[in-house]
Design a protein around this ligand. Structure first.
Ligand code: SF4
Length: 368
């Protein structure tokens, strides 16, 4: 569980099992929900209240985000990695074709993404301390900042000094998936490499927040452990960060594990209905927080979920380094994409939902 959470997994699951329909109705009627309302809304008893949760979540979403959906794209700049995460095709033992983009290739990729109208970019790289140094990421950031209004990072966790340098280079957001909040399972799934340090990873967002980062992205990988206890930890982690890094905004993601080539099987797969229940619950309890919906999900699910809870989605994603322009014909992906629509098709679907596509909602000059 999240280290600051004073309940065990068994206590959380017992509480969820004991929630009554009346308790769910009380939570749904509240104007401002707390931690226990989240537990009520993710409980088995709430599963039959999905229609009411959708209605309540849609109102909360509209209050903070209106009828808008922000779009972004990930840019994979490397797939080399020294870690051995058992659920990932980029792990060091996997015989994938490896590619580290040069600064010139990163620029070409960025320009190709920008041509689709995207103005927010998420830089993604495996953990490779030799090549993906703070200096290299800063150089890439300074270059890409001339092309994009908003840059975020999903790379190896850094110390606070590193985050200060990266923030100064033009990055505004940091995303780090905890994968699982269960320390024992975490050790089992990350048997070697620096990512094996649970404690260092779990405090990543706090270091980034202290360094000035405006958006702190967080998630667990759905399918590794029972989702209700992981969601309880994620919520506790978010509440902790909202207090400790109150200048920053929390961004939730709910990535479901997708098939990898060596056949890793998740022990606790999460179905569509459960995923939707969890996302609705988070939107109701954390109405002001950002929420993104992954390209791991099918188009129908994504289009539905941005009406009721998510405010942010990727469009036209490629999860291969060089996938937009440099090596557009290759496919060395980190995970399986379930939404392969073009950016234009995603924008069309958003507009057909009666929503407006937002390409730019931030410029760092606003923060000066
Ligand atoms: S999940 Fe990330 S850290 Fe783990 S092997 Fe894949 S790229 Fe490396």
């Amino acid at each position: 569980m999240f280290p600051e959470l004073k309940f065990s997994e068994a206590q959380i699951l017992d509480y969820c099992d004991s929630v009554t329909p009346e308790a769910v109705e009380v939570s749904l009627a509240k104007d401002r929900c707390d931690y226990f309302d989240l537990l009520n809304l993710i409980s088995p008893a709430a599963a039959v209240y999905i229609a009411a949760m959708r209605k309540r979540s849609t109102l909360a979403r509209r209050r903070y985000y209106g009828k808008t959906v922000s779009v972004y794209a990930p840019l994979y700049i490397s797939n080399t990695c020294v870690n051995s995460c058992k659920y990932c095709d980029f792990n060091i033992h996997h015989r994938a074709e490896r590619k580290i983009l040069t600064l010139d290739e990163i620029r070409r990729e960025g320009e190709a993404v920008r041509k689709n109208g995207i103005d927010s970019l998420l830089i993604v790289a495996g953990e490779d301390p030799k090549h993906m140094t703070v200096d290299f990421l800063c150089e890439a950031g300074r270059m890409l900042r001339k092309i994009f209004s908003y840059l975020a990072l999903e790379v190896a966790p850094q110390d606070e000094a590193g985050y200060r340098e990266l923030f100064a280079a033009g990055y505004d957001g940091v995303t780090c998936f905890q994968e699982t909040y269960d320390p024992n399972l975490y050790r089992e799934l990350h048997p070697a490499g620096p990512k094996g340090d649970y404690t260092y990873r779990v405090w990543t967002q706090q270091r980034a927040g202290k360094a000035g980062f405006r958006t702190l992205g967080m998630a667990f990988l759905l399918g590794l452990a029972p989702w209700r206890s992981e969601a309880a930890s994620l919520a506790a982690h978010a509440i902790y960060l909202m207090r400790e890094c109150f200048q920053s905004k929390i961004q939730f993601a709910f990535p479901r594990i997708t098939p990898v080539s060596d056949g890793f099987q998740p022990g606790h797969p999460v179905g569509d209905a459960e995923l939707e229940q969890m996302m609705l619950a988070f939107r109701i309890v954390f109405p002001e927080c950002c929420m993104t919906v992954s390209t791991r999900e099918a188009p129908e699910f994504r289009d539905r979920i941005v009406r009721s809870c998510a405010d942010n989605m990727s469009a036209g994603s490629r999860v291969t380094p060089g996938g937009y322009a440099v090596l557009a014909d290759r496919d060395v992906a980190q995970f399986t994409l379930n939404d392969s629509r073009s950016p234009a098709a995603v924008y069309d679907a958003i507009r057909r939902n009666g929503q407006e596509v937002v390409f730019k909602n931030w410029d760092s000059r606003i923060g000066l």
